[in-house]
Write a protein that binds this ligand. Structure first.
Ligand code: FAD
Length: 465
């Protein structure tokens, strides 16, 4: 411990990564402070994963009611009350944020409210809401965990009329019509949320299909399924401009279409939150994509400064930010150098139906498996929909390295796939072979049993060439 500085560690940003690193380090006996300019908990708790999942769950009820009717239930005049839901959600978010703040306190971390900016490699200034400097703090080591921010194309005429995911959590009333621009997971999730809540929903994406980076079968399957749920999907097209009128916002599209909606949401990407942070004064450099440049141990170009989470734009997920925080703590304070292993990280898209994936896509596997891949695919109607007339289909796909027979990718679109993929990820991470999956006895009747009973290869041993 050094008395030269006010703190041993100063953390900027009390989100998923920052909170975990601060708590672990304070529990290890170090003097730690953390700055937060908005609300403790960060994107995940305040305007990301958690409120988003509540919205998905609220929205999914409409589908559950449809299924229930097939099973003989009837609901007279089922209604959804948006303000009531928002209030309940906000109470729960405030409770969770309070728990995060309390846990920081219990660990002995000092919470500093305000915006922190770097003055030099060891000095942080705290700015109040007016932007005035209220305090200066010195620290031996600094951890930057400031996360990301939504990005909108600012040069698009009329873009000021569009919201992002941040405002979507607090719309004063549920719109009748919404257009969502973007093809990533946030765009697809919010399209499902609004469509499920009865909003006339259009999704527009400039690329050839939604969910770039996911397995092609997943992308094609999900695009078809969300259309069945009533979402109008427009691909290969983008905005020319937005125009506010007395009745709504007119979306002028490149293909000549004009589409009026009440709300336009841009989910066109997120960027690392580094603006005006004073990085250059501390010797912290950015990479070509504008994220903080770090080595595998999350160390920046300044000797006493580290960065974790979305601000480093490595894999922008809450559990990853948390693991990077743990690895930072082990490396820097426990003499146990660790870096996070980004391979076979399972992820979910809470679209409706949802997606769960882990490991390589078929295209990636074909590229990296020298002797080709075996692919097993099944598409079927879930038993749950037997009485509903729904023609929704589940997709399950296993990608197997033809040489080693290890299952290197699992891709599921269908109910409960985020829950299934968490368990499948253990087997993929452990490097189990297809024969070992097959030796696992099925649980019947479930959807997941298909994963251990897939017998027919879709395509044989084609190598990338
Ligand atoms: P954050 O959680 O963003 O925390 C950064 C904190 O720093 C913020 O509280 C911010 O206010 C504060 N801050 C920034 N600059 C300063 C400063 N100068 N001074 C003081 N404080 C500052 N991930 C999943 O794993 N699953 C999901 O389902 C999921 N859904 C998402 C849905 C949406 C709509 C969004 C936007 C994100 C979602 N994510 C999801 C991503 C996840 O939220 C992030 O990966 C995670 O929050 C990153 O954690 P972090 O610690 O890097 O940053």
């Amino acid at each position: 411990m050094s008395d030269t500085y006010d703190y041993d560690l100063f953390v900027i940003g009390a989100g998923s990564g920052g909170v975990r690193a601060a708590r672990l380090t304070a529990l290890g006996g170090k003097r730690v402070a953390i700055a937060e300019e908005f609300r403790v908990g960060g994107t995940c708790v305040i305007r990301g994963c958690v409120p988003k999942k509540f919205m998905v769950m609220a929205s999914e009820v409409s589908h559950a009611l449809e299924i229930a009717e097939g099973y003989g239930w009837s609901f007279d005049n089922a209604q959804f009350d948006w303000p009531k839901f928002l209030e309940a959600k906000d109470v729960e978010i405030a409770r969770l944020s309070g728990i995060y703040a309390a846990n920081l306190g219990k660990a002995g971390v000092e919470l500093v409210h305000g915006r922190a900016i770097l003055k030099d490699a060891h000095t942080v200034a705290i700015l109040d809401k007016s932007g005035a400097e209220s305090r200066q703090i010195t620290a031996e080591k600094i951890l930057i965990a400031t996360g990301g921010r939504p990005w909108k194309p600012e040069s698009l005429p009329g873009i000021e009329h569009a919201i992002t995911s941040e405002e979507a959590f607090h719309l004063p009333e549920l719109p009748k019509r919404i257009l969502i621009a973007g093809g990533g997971y946030i765009a697809v999730e919010f399209a499902g949320i609004f469509a499920g809540l009865g909003v006339e929903t259009t999704l527009i994406y400039r690329g050839p299909n939604i969910l770039r980076g996911f397995d092609d079968d997943v992308r094609a399957h999900l695009a078809g399924e969300i259309e069945k749920r009533g979402i109008k999907v427009i691909l290969g097209c983008q905005h020319r401009s937005l125009e506010k009128t007395a009745t709504g916002i007119v979306n002028h599209l490149e293909n000549g279409m004009k589409l009026e909606t009440d709300v336009v949401m841009f989910a066109t990407g997120r960027i690392p939150y580094v603006a005006d942070l004073g990085l250059s004064k501390a010797g912290v450099e950015l990479n070509d994509e504008g994220a903080i440049k770090v080595d595998p141990y999350s160390k920046t170009t300044a000797d006493n400064i580290w960065a974790i989470g979305d601000v480093t734009d490595r894999m922008n997920l809450t559990p990853v930010a948390i693991r990077e925080a743990v690895a930072f703590h082990e490396t820097v304070y426990r003499n146990n150098p660790q870096h996070f292993d980004y391979e076979a990280v399972a992820t979910a898209v809470f679209s409706q139906p949802p997606v769960g994936v882990v490991g390589l896509t078929e295209a990636e596997a074909r590229h990296s498996c020298s002797k080709g891949v075996d692919v097993y695919v099944t598409r079927f109607r879930p038993m749950k929909y037997a009485f509903t007339g729904s023609d929704e289909r589940v997709l399950m796909k296993l990608v197997v390295d033809a040489d080693t027979q290890r299952v290197v990718g699992v891709h599921i679109v269908g109910p409960d796939s985020p829950e299934m993929i968490q368990l499948a990820a253990i087997a993929v991470k452990a490097g189990l072979t297809k024969a070992q999956w097959d030796a696992t006895c099925a649980v019947h009747p479930t959807m997941a049993e298909e994963l251990v009973t897939l017998k027919e290869k879709q395509s044989q041993n084609t190598s990338a060439g």
